[in-house]
Design a protein around this ligand. Structure first.
Ligand SMILES: [Zn+2]
Length: 572
């Protein structure tokens, strides 16, 4: 596609022509007072083409970049989807002169086929944003966010403290680059720092609210300095370069200690580094800050009052299960209640609770630990994760013998916990008596309060949202939106490092083991059948929970789609 050449035309003449065409077009003119999206939808109708709102889906930058930026912008189009030699091209106006000219050229490319889809001006601009992979980087530099002297000074103080403490300053090659990387990560509230050497540069990325962001490409020579600094701080072997290593260190910052877990892995271009910043902020969340809707909040409160039985939280790695369990534990933590946890590893200390760390390599497995814990006569036991038959069996026994057991499982949805337990050889007859409730969760980023943008989507988008809402089981405690006129989309400002989102919130689905569910478990192992029954009992799915949150403006539909999958019928 690279030889698709942009020919310079008299831009003014083009604009005049466009304006004349528009003025003649009464259909479009009549829609002048409607929203931008409604206009794009009408344009699509006029030409009998599909319409899409790109605020609702994320576009891959590799796809958009198939056509050079200047050409795409001049022609008012963006490639948003590609399978083999078939392209889906988003255009604002299919009859625009420049658009048609560029499309003609694409046709002449070797075997390329395309279909058109009409989008709004806003959607096009959003797609074009993907040309700037390093948008974030540039913005960081423009704003000086990571490099503000006061932050660095604060930060330097902290590092000096550690170094003084360890009396290792003389051994460390101090250059500012490492400090800047750490200060930047802390300032942007990143959870992880990724430093990956390539052939001629080092890629630096931060994970912010669960999503990796490109920050900057560093010169290759910086890697040695950063590596030795990380290895030194986390007590790794400096001379070992061909083996994975891990360790941890801490940073004193503004009277706060930040723990960092570092991991080094040899790769073809040198050792790559990942540093996880263990911030206590998220594990300190209170129950009502997690994002449970009113209906689930009442159910959770009710479940936490039960003195026996199991409460399970399921989801993939990084879905916030541990944070949820910690907030349950915090809620239950009272002087007259004995709580013991088994964790791998213990990342955060909770006051008044005995936390035991699992060490599978030395024989202290979850199941061994659990056997010992039960003998300690606890009221509440938190088991980090149920992943083998023995742990499943002992947890079930503990739940049946007067203990409240909290644990997590690695399944995609709440219903999936049932077949997982059966797979771990738990008898179907024991599941319903021992498990009280199952929760599944995901985390979505929340829209930045300072820059989120309210907009009027096209009528067809609203109709689809209403259709989804109409299928959500109704309940007595929640008020469901009836008339939807606007929703929210991300924008980006200096407060959110131009990402458009700050912080995260949980999406949940939850069901209790009713008789309805019990009957199914006794005769079937299918997660979808359990799910259907749970919905019959009133379960709101994670995606539905997300759509309700998007309507409230807490997050965007694009984010719900990223995390829970397709919401709208795929037009491709
Ligand atoms: Zn913002």
């Amino acid at each position: 596609m690279q030889h698709l050449i942009h020919t310079d035309k008299d831009k003014n003449a083009k604009k005049v022509k466009e304006l004349k065409e528009k003025a003649q077009d009464k259909t479009i003119q009549q829609l002048y007072h409607k929203g931008e999206e409604e206009k794009a939808s009408a344009m699509a109708n006029k030409y009998n083409l599909p319409y899409i709102d790109l605020s609702l889906i994320s576009v891959v930058s590799e796809t958009v970049s198939l056509i050079p930026k200047e050409i795409a912008k001049n022609a008012g189009l963006a490639v948003i989807y590609k399978v083999g030699k078939k392209l889906q091209i988003a255009v604002r106006d299919p009859e625009n002169y420049e658009t048609k000219k560029a499309l003609e050229k694409i046709k002449t490319e070797d075997g390329m086929k395309y279909t058109l889809i009409v989008v709004s001006e806003y959607s096009l601009k959003k797609a074009w944003l993907s040309y700037d992979i390093s948008t974030v980087t540039k913005k960081f530099e423009d704003q000086g966010v990571t490099l503000r002297q006061e932050d660095l000074t604060e930060f330097e103080k902290g590092v000096h403290n550690i170094i003084d403490l360890k009396k290792r300053i003389a051994e460390i090659n101090t250059t500012e680059i490492f400090n800047i990387i750490m200060a930047g990560a802390i300032k942007t509230k990143s959870s992880d720092i990724h430093i990956e050497p390539n052939l001629d540069y080092i890629r630096l990325r931060y994970r912010v609210d669960g999503v990796l962001q490109d920050i900057v490409n560093l010169p290759i020579k910086a890697n040695r300095t950063i590596l030795s600094r990380v290895k030194m701080l986390s007590k790794m072997k400096l001379n070992v370069t061909d083996m994975p290593q891990d360790g941890h260190f801490s940073i004193n910052l503004e009277n706060k200690i930040i723990n960092v877990r570092a991991s080094i892995l040899p790769s073809s271009f040198g050792e790559s580094i990942v540093m996880r910043i263990l911030s206590e902020d998220s594990t300190g969340l209170k129950l009502d800050e997690l994002g449970f809707n009113q209906y689930y909040m009442e159910k959770v409160e009710e479940q936490l009052l039960k003195p026996t039985g199991m409460l399970l939280v399921t989801g993939p790695t990084g879905s916030g299960k541990t944070t949820t369990l910690y907030s349950f534990i915090r809620r239950l933590n009272q002087p007259n209640i004995k709580i013991i946890t088994l964790e791998n590893p213990v990342e955060y200390r909770l006051e008044g609770i005995s936390q035991t760390e699992i060490h599978p390599d030395t024989g202290l497995t979850f199941s061994e630990g659990l056997k010992a814990v039960v003998r300690q006569d606890p009221d509440v036991v938190m088991v980090g994760e149920v992943r083998d038959s023995e742990t499943a069996e002992i947890s079930i026994q503990a739940a049946l013998t007067g203990h409240s057991v909290l644990s997590t499982l690695h399944t995609n949805n709440a219903a999936g916990a049932i077949p997982r337990f059966l797979h771990l050889k738990v008898s179907p007859a024991l599941i319903s008596p021992s498990i009280n409730a199952i929760i599944a969760q995901r985390l979505v980023r929340t829209l930045c309060e300072h820059c989120k943008e309210e907009y009027a989507p096209a009528q067809e988008t609203i109709d689809r949202i209403k259709e989804v809402i109409s299928k959500i089981p109704k309940n007595k405690v929640m008020v469901f939106p009836k008339d939807i006129k606007t929703i929210y989309r991300s924008k980006g400002c200096s407060k959110c490092n131009f990402i458009g989102y700050t912080g995260r919130i949980g999406l949940y689905e939850m069901f209790t083991l009713t008789q309805n569910i019990e009957k199914i478990i006794l005769k079937s192992t299918s997660a979808s059948e359990v799910m259907a029954k749970a919905i019959e009992d009133g379960m709101i799915t994670m995606q539905e929970d997300g759509i309700l949150k998007a309507i409230e403006g807490v997050t965007s539909l694009e984010e719900i789609r990223r995390v829970t999958g397709e919401i709208f019928v795929n037009k491709f």
